[in-house]
Design a protein around this ligand. Structure first.
Ligand code: ADP
Ligand code: MG
Length: 703
């Protein structure tokens, strides 16, 4: 039902231009002129009480005067007229409003925006924008915008949160030879958002890949769901990676969670391929819109020049698909079309002697043999070859091979003739670029897409009722106390309820209670201050480790109390936590924030100096599957330390992955309660020996 409404909005059979104008230079004029100029075949109804016709098209004073049905209305009236006009559209039975008009939430008039959305809802209409350039569709010859022309036709579609950028990109499609079918300006996203369009594109047979320019998402979780279920590859360029209010964070995790990192992880979970800049967005769009995913790791590089071959080899390693030598039989076959001094290993170097024939034969074999999963073809302009002929040979070889399920990218390094060949290849559906680096980067995106699709799992975690009940008792008691900071003892009890092993712990209010607790737990012990007013206990001299006997325990008790009072005279001191001294292990940190866009989000990294100085951490939006948990463990820079570096035994990564999954359920179950949390340090032992939370922190949301 809703998709049909979007269909009518974005691929209308009839369109009204509300606020149409006969004055060149006005937006209401541009839209009419663009619809006509770009060959729109549907009905056009300009609406303006002062005109009888615009550019030869009959003009109507009011929407209700229009004789036929109206699918889509492009709104160009001033913001103050929008409420009335939206109502008029509703009464007329318009399906979708493309609201070019600005002057809404972008200047603080969210109220006005809400008003038009509410009216639209009442009539079952959808709103694109406001504050947009409009919407364009090549396959409908529909330029419902003030963008000067439709883009170069192609199979990708673009949704952009920036209007100006959309226009610029539309123009660039012609020079860069990257074609698009639909360009949709999304603006303030008062109603239709990225997720709606991703879902709509699933059934749009003219779109094979969706590119997004994102400044910020409104509902991160809905975006993840829609993108994850997309039948088509999605590429996103995200800008604006600073403001996140991270500075005010009370926990370590909060201060480490920049928007860039969280978005990056969320994109991964959503199977979205990222672009690093505008160039990269174009390049990767070209690849993903024309080539199949790369199903395995065997990348073969063909070249006529050693230098570009080495550059491609470096790039392959950089982009995560390092080259491997091709098997003997594959090498033997490729040896047939190169001189004695050529190399058939990988890169396959046919040498500067390679002409059309060798390119044809080698490309055909290289893509057909079983071993190859993807092919990068490089060419350096030479005096004995004609770039255009080489390009034709490549195209013919691919066509004749009949292979359609393996991606190919090309790099031609040379002058004008090579550039012309690049354009020719692109026009013929083979993504070609100047730099070898780019050809490899694009095929790496096709590999990444295949991997993300394989790993994709829609996990539905059930709440852990028992753990939730226990946690809520602790949380409610703290709230009654007027606190948002849980003590270590309270936080550890919640972690423990969620299946994360913590140190044995007891609260001692007096020296005698401490001695009794120590006896029960067994020496050596650790003693720490317990006060909701002292979050960083070491800073206050509130931690004593490796206490070996009763005399030391008595002394520690008194020193900690004294230090705490000296640190903060009016601190509310609950007592001292007497706890088991955990054997030393590899320190990691697990933490969480409640991200404004994505909700409960988990952080993992190596602890101690690694987190303090190197910020070697990674994020995932909760819930996290066990596969994703392993991914987190393997993707930090310090992964080798956990794998067992320098002859050390590997750490218990299975138990760690399990803890990550449990932590993720904890923050999801308690998302309305927990603002931030961390387990720091979380000590990980050798394989099979598990792990233990040595310090725990939970900060509650203010209510
Ligand atoms: P802070 O509030 O300063 O973060 P912690 O509880 O993390 O205090 O204690 C500081 C350090 O003491 C930890 O980083 C860890 O090295 C050590 N430590 C704390 N608790 C234990 C424990 N139960 N067993 C072993 N070492 C511990
Ligand atoms: Mg700590």
């Amino acid at each position: 039902m809703d998709k049909k409404v979007l269909n009518k909005m974005l691929r209308p059979k009839s369109v009204a231009v509300v606020g149409a104008s006969a004055t060149p230079g006005k937006i209401g004029y541009s839209v009419i002129s663009n619809l006509l100029k770009d060959g729109y075949k549907g009905k056009i109804y300009p609406i303006n009480p002062k005109e009888s016709e615009i550019l030869g098209v009959k003009c109507y004073a009011e929407l209700k005067d229009v004789p036929g049905e109206i699918d889509s209305a492009v709104m160009c009236v001033p913001a103050k007229a929008m409420v009335e006009m939206t109502e008029e559209c509703g009464k007329k039975g318009v399906k979708g409003l493309i609201v070019i008009t600005s002057g809404f939430s972008e200047i603080g008039r969210k109220d006005l925006e809400d008003e038009i959305v509410n009216i639209a809802k009442r009539y079952g209409m959808r709103i694109l924008g406001p504050n947009i350039v409009g919407s364009l569709s090549n396959s409908d010859k529909f330029n419902g915008s003030f963008c000067p022309s439709l883009p170069l036709p192609g199979k990708a579609s673009l949704v952009s949160q920036s209007g100006a950028l959309l226009i610029a990109l539309a123009m660039a499609t012609w020079t860069r030879k990257v074609g698009f079918d639909k360009l949709i300006s999304i603006g303030n996203m008062a109603d239709v958002d990225f997720a709606d369009l991703i879902e709509w594109f699933n059934d749009d047979e003219d779109t094979s890949c969706v590119s997004l320019y994102i400044e910020g998402l409104k509902n991160g979780r809905r975006f993840i769901d829609a993108a994850k279920n997309s039948k088509k590859p999605i590429i996103a360029l995200k800008s604006g990676v600073s403001a996140h209010g991270a500075a005010a964070a009370a926990s370590h995790t909060g201060s480490l969670a920049g928007a860039a990192k969280v978005y990056g992880s969320a994109f991964k979970q959503a199977c979205v391929i990222q672009a690093s800049d505008l160039d990269n967005l174009f390049d990767r769009t070209l690849g993903l819109s024309s080539q199949p995913p790369m199903k395995g790791d065997n990348l073969l590089v063909l070249t006529n020049g050693g230098g570009v071959g080495v550059l491609a080899t470096d790039a392959a390693e950089r982009y995560g698909i390092p080259l491997k030598f091709a098997p003997e039989d594959v090498q033997a076959e490729m040896k047939k079309h190169m001189p004695e001094f050529g190399s058939a290993k990988n890169p396959v170097d046919m040498t500067g002697m390679a002409g059309n024939e060798w390119y044809y034969e080698t490309v055909k074999y290289a893509i057909s043999n079983k071993w190859t999963d993807g092919l990068v073809i490089l060419y350096c302009e030479t005096s004995i070859t004609n770039p255009h002929e080489i390009a034709e040979s490549i195209k013919r070889a691919i066509d004749d091979s009949g292979v359609k399920n393996k991606p190919v990218t090309v790099s031609f390094v040379g002058g004008d003739r090579s550039n012309e060949a690049i354009a020719w290849l692109n026009e013929h559906g083979i993504p070609a670029f100047f730099a070898p680096d780019v050809a490899v980067n694009v095929i790496a995106a096709l590999r990444e897409y295949a991997i993300l699709q394989e790993q994709k799992n829609n996990i539905h975690v059930k709440p852990n009722e028992k753990a939730m009940k226990k946690s809520m008792e602790i949380i409610e008691a703290a709230r009654k106390d007027g606190r948002t900071a849980l003590t270590e003892i309270e936080a550890k009890a919640i972690f423990e309820a969620y299946g994360m092993p913590t140190t044995k712990i007891a609260l001692a209010k007096t020296e005698e209670e401490a001695i009794a607790a120590a006896k029960k737990i067994g020496y050596p012990i650790v003693m720490k201050i317990v006060s909701p007013d002292i979050l960083h206990k070491s800073d206050a001299g509130g931690v004593k480790v490796n206490i070996k006997d009763e005399a030391a325990a008595r002394e520690a008790f008194n020193t900690i109390m004294k230090n705490a009072k000296a640190y903060k005279a009016d601190a509310n001191i609950h007592g001292i936590a007497v706890q088991e001294m955990a054997p030393w292990g590899t320190e990691v940190i697990l933490g969480s924030i409640n991200d404004p866009t994505f909700g409960p989000t988990l952080m993992f990294g190596l602890g101690g100096i690694f987190v303090e100085v190197l910020k070697d951490v990674t994020f995932r939006v909760s819930p996290v599957s066990s596969v994703e948990a392993m991914d987190m463990i393997n993707e930090i820079k310090g992964a080798k330390i956990l794998a067992g570096a320098r002859g050390e035994a590997p750490r218990d990564r299975k138990a760690l992955a399990n803890a990550i999954v449990n932590y993720s359920s904890m923050i999801l179950d308690l998302k309305d309660e927990i603002a931030e949390s961390d387990a720091n340090p979380f000590l990980v032992y050798a394989e099979g020996e598990g792990l233990k939370v040595a310090d725990a922190r939970i900060i509650l949301k203010k209510k």
